[in-house]
Structures are given as C-alpha cells and as structure tokens.
Ligand binder design. Structure first.
Ligand code: FE2
Ligand code: FE2
Length: 165
C-alpha cells in the first residue's frame, strides 16, 4: 500500500467531506444494503477513496482536478438511495431516480453545492443517463463507481462459487 497516497486520500476526505460523513443522512447509509452484500455507506467510502486515488495519479501526470468537488460529489452520489424500499416501486425506478434525489440530499448537507458537483451527482450513472457529467471530476466518479460496483459484484459471485463447491 502506498502510505503517502493513502494519507492524502484520508486527509482530503476529512478536510472536504467530514461535515457529510458526520451527518445523520450519511450514518443511515450503513443500514441500507447495496450490491447484495455491502451497504450504501461502505460502497460510498470505497468509491470516494477510489476517486481520490485516481486524482492522485492524474496529479502525477500534471492533470489538475478539483479535489473538494470530487470529495463532495463522490460522498453524496448515492445518498438518494436512502429509503429505497419505501420511495421506489422498482429497481428500475431506483436506478433512474436516485441520482436526482442524491442532489437534493447533497444540497441540504452542502448548501454551497456548485454546478460541476451537482452535475457529477446527477449524471453519475452515465452512460445509462444519456447526459454526461461534463467534467473530468464527473468522469472520475463514473469510472470509480463502475469499478467499485464491479468489484463488489465479483465478490458476491466468488463467495457464491466457494459456497457451492
Ligand atoms: Fe448510483
Ligand atoms: Fe454508487
């Protein structure tokens, strides 16, 4: 593990996202299941750290990213999933509508939400949502979210195969 990189990831999460992590809404994410054997909270932290690791590598290539936006966008991207079983009537509806609900929660937790971060959250399901996130930071979140979701899915498949044989 790269200790310097992990320290930078952890410091950035605290510096720009502690107010979100400390919120009652974020605490609720740890009781909402996601991708079968994880929670929205664990998935969110995984995506946020992965997004920041991508920024760290891009920075080494002299590609600048807005770290505060990456932190706020990634920590808030799935907060609209909270209460899924009550407010959505199907998986499809949740898939389609949770990003705009996440924007509403993000506005509450981070009143200074800027346009770029709002777009990151609203279009993080791209290319499923036809509109793209429109920024480097938004594409970083798209990639990190897909990567983490696939890893989470693979873990379930692996576990089921081990249980079977
Ligand atoms: Fe999502
Ligand atoms: Fe996600």
């Amino acid at each position: 593990m790269n200790q310097k990189r992990e320290a930078a990831v952890s410091n950035n999460l605290k510096r720009y996202g502690q107010h979100i992590i400390d919120s009652a809404e974020f605490a609720e994410t740890f009781s909402q299941t996601h991708h079968i054997d994880t929670t929205v909270g664990d998935h969110t932290l995984y995506v946020s750290k992965t997004s920041l690791r991508i920024c760290y590598y891009l920075n080494k290539l002299h590609i600048h990213t807005e770290i505060p936006d990456v932190v706020v966008g990634s920590l808030c991207h799935d907060l609209g999933i909270i209460g899924r079983d009550v407010k959505f009537s199907s998986k499809r509806e949740c898939y389609r509508d949770h990003p705009s609900d996440s924007v509403e929660v993000a506005r509450k937790l981070h009143p200074d939400l800027n346009a770029r971060t709002e777009k990151m959250i609203r279009h993080h399901m791209w290319p499923y949502t036809l509109k793209s996130p429109g920024s480097k930071e938004g594409y970083i979140l798209v990639v990190a979210d897909k990567y983490c979701s696939i890893r989470e899915g693979m873990r379930v498949i692996k576990k089921r195969l081990i249980d079977k044989f």
